[in-house]
Design a protein around this ligand. Structure first.
Ligand code: FNR
Length: 387
C-alpha cells in the first residue's frame, strides 16, 4: 500500500480494512455491546475546544517529557495489545522498531505474541510490560522476575478485565485462536491474500509469555472470550496491587481506573500512576470517556502521580487537550495497529509520524511552545456540547 497517501489515522484504518480479513479487522476495530463507549472515547475529544494564545514565538516547540520514569520524545505511549501477530507477521518487533525510532514507550501485553526477553533485547525504547493476573498466580511472580531480568522499566496492571467484554462482532464472526477457516469466514480470508494465515498457525502463533504454563490453546481453537473466562483470575483486589507494588518496586501504573476514588486507592496501594481507560470500549460499555475523567482525577491526586489518558486518541490535538486537562501523556492502541496491519513497521511509523506532526502543529497554532506550558485554561467544553 502507498502509506504516504494516508494523511491521517482514519486513512490508515481504511487501508487496514482493505488488507485484513473481516474477522481480524473487526477484532481490532470493534468494542463491547452497542459500542457506545468506543464511539464516545473519540467523540469526547471533539467536545473540547482549544483556546489559543496569540503572538507567542513558536519557532521551536519543546515536546520532550518523562513517562514511566524514562525520557519520551513526546507524551505518547504505545498501549499493550494482544495477539499482535494476527495483524502482521512482523508483530511486536515491527511496532518496537517504530516506537524506538520515535523515542516512545511501548507496552508489551501479557497476551502478546513475543517473549518478554526477545522483545526487551530488541526494543531500545522505554519498556513497559502489561500484566494480567492468571489463575496460575505463579505466572505473576514469574512476570515480575522476568521483567526485572530483562530490564523492563515499568509495569501496567490491567484491572478492567476480570472477565472478557461482550464483543459481538467477534461472536458473530466466530473469531477463534488461532483463526480457523469456517465456512462463513472462508470468503473473507480467501479475498485477502495479502494477509497470511500460514503465519499464524503452528508454532509461529502462540501467547508467547504464558503458553509454557497455560497451554489451553495447544492443538485446539477457542474463542478469546472462553480463554479469558478459563484463565484470568477474577478474584484480584487492591491487596494484590499492594503485593505487586512491593514485589516490583519500580514504576507501576493501574490501567483501567476511571474514577477519582479508585485513583486514590491505586496510589494508596503503591501505584505510581494510573492509566484512565475503558480498554478502548472493549470491556464495560457506556463507561465514561477517559478524557472526561482527567480533570477530576488530577484534582484528586495532585501533581506527583502520573496520569495517562488511554483511549480514543485519533489526532495529535487530542493529546494536546488531554495534557491541558491535566494528563502527563496519552496512549494509543488502534491507531498503531491500523498502521501495522496496513504496512507493518512502515505503517506504524506512518501512524506515529502523523500524530506527532499534528501534535506539534496544534501547539504552534495555539501559541504554546512547550508541553510543560499546557494549562487547563487552554481548553473548555464546547458550548454546543451541553452539560
Ligand atoms: C487492546 N487492549 C489491551 N489492553 C491490555 O491491557 N491488554 C491487552 O492485551 C489488550 N489487547 C488489545 C487488543 C486490541 C486489538 C485492542 C484494540 C486493544 C486495550 C489497549 O491497551 C488500549 O487500552 C486501547 O486500545 C485504547 O483505545 P484506542 O487507542 O484503541 O482507542
Amino acid at each position: 500500500p502507498r502509506l504516504d497517501r494516508a494523511v491521517n489515522i482514519a486513512d490508515l484504518r481504511r487501508m487496514a480494512g482493505r488488507r485484513l480479513p473481516r474477522p481480524i479487522f473487526d477484532y481490532i476495530d470493534g468494542g463491547a455491546d452497542d459500542e457506545v463507549a468506543l464511539a464516545n472515547n473519540a467523540g469526547a475529544f471533539g467536545r473540547y475546544e482549544i483556546l489559543p494564545d496569540t503572538l507567542v514565538d513558536v519557532s521551536a516547540i519543546r515536546t520532550e517529557t518523562r513517562l514511566f520514569g524514562q525520557p519520551a520524545a513526546w507524551p505518547l505511549v504505545l498501549a499493550p495489545t494482544g495477539l499482535t501477530r494476527m495483524f502482521h507477521p512482523d508483530a511486536e518487533a515491527a511496532v518496537a522498531r517504530a516506537a524506538a525510532r520515535h523515542g516512545l514507550p511501548y507496552a508489551l501485553s501479557t497476551m502478546g505474541t513475543t517473549r518478554i526477553e526477545d522483545w526487551a533485547r530488541n526494543f531500545a525504547g522505554p519498556r513497559v510490560f502489561q500484566i494480567y493476573v492468571f489463575k496460575d498466580r505463579g505466572l505473576t511472580t514469574e512476570f515480575v522476575q522476568r521483567c526485572k531480568a530483562a530490564g523492563v522499566h515499568g509495569l501496567a496492571l490491567t484491572v478492567d478485565t476480570p472477565v472478557a467484554g461482550n464483543r459481538e462482532r467477534d461472536r458473530r464472526n466466530g473469531l477463534s485462536l488461532p483463526p480457523r477457516l469456517t465456512l462463513s469466514s472462508l470468503m473473507s480470508f480467501a479475498l485477502h491474500p495479502g494477509w497470511s494465515l500460514p503465519a499464524l498457525t503452528g508454532s509461529k502463533f502462540d501467547l508467547a509469555n504464558v503458553s509454557h504454563r497455560v497451554d489451553v490453546l495447544a492443538g485446539q481453537s477457542m474463542s478469546l472470550f472462553d480463554y479469558i473466562g478459563a484463565q484470568f483470575d477474577r478474584s484480584v483486589t487492591w491487596k494484590d496491587v499492594e503485593w505487586l507494588a512491593a514485589e516490583w518496586g519500580g514504576p507501576l501504573s493501574i490501567k483501567g481506573v476511571m474514577t477519582p476514588e479508585d485513583a486514590r486507592r491505586a496510589v494508596a496501594s503503591g501505584a505510581s500512576g494510573v492509566m484512565l481507560s475503558n480498554h478502548g470500549g472493549r470491556q464495560l460499555d457506556t463507561a465514561p470517556a477517559p478524557v472526561d475523567q482527567i480533570a477530576g482525577v488530577r484534582d484528586a491526586l495532585g501533581d506527583s502521580v502520573e496520569i495517562i489518558c488511554d483511549g480514543g486518541v485519533r489526532r495529535g490535538s487530542d493529546v494536546v487537550k488531554a495534557l491541558a486537562l491535566g494528563a502527563d501523556g496519552c496512549s494509543i492502541g488502534r491507531p498503531y495497529l491500523y498502521g501495522l496491519a496496513a504496512g507493518g513497521e512502515a505503517g506504524v511509523d506512518r501512524a506515529l509520524t502523523l500524530l506527532r506532526s499534528e501534535f506539534e502543529l496544534t501547539m504552534a497554532l495555539m501559541g504554546v511552545n512547550d508541553v510543560e506550558r499546557l494549562e487547563r485554561r487552554h481548553v473548555r467544553r464546547s458550548p454546543l456540547a451541553g452539560e
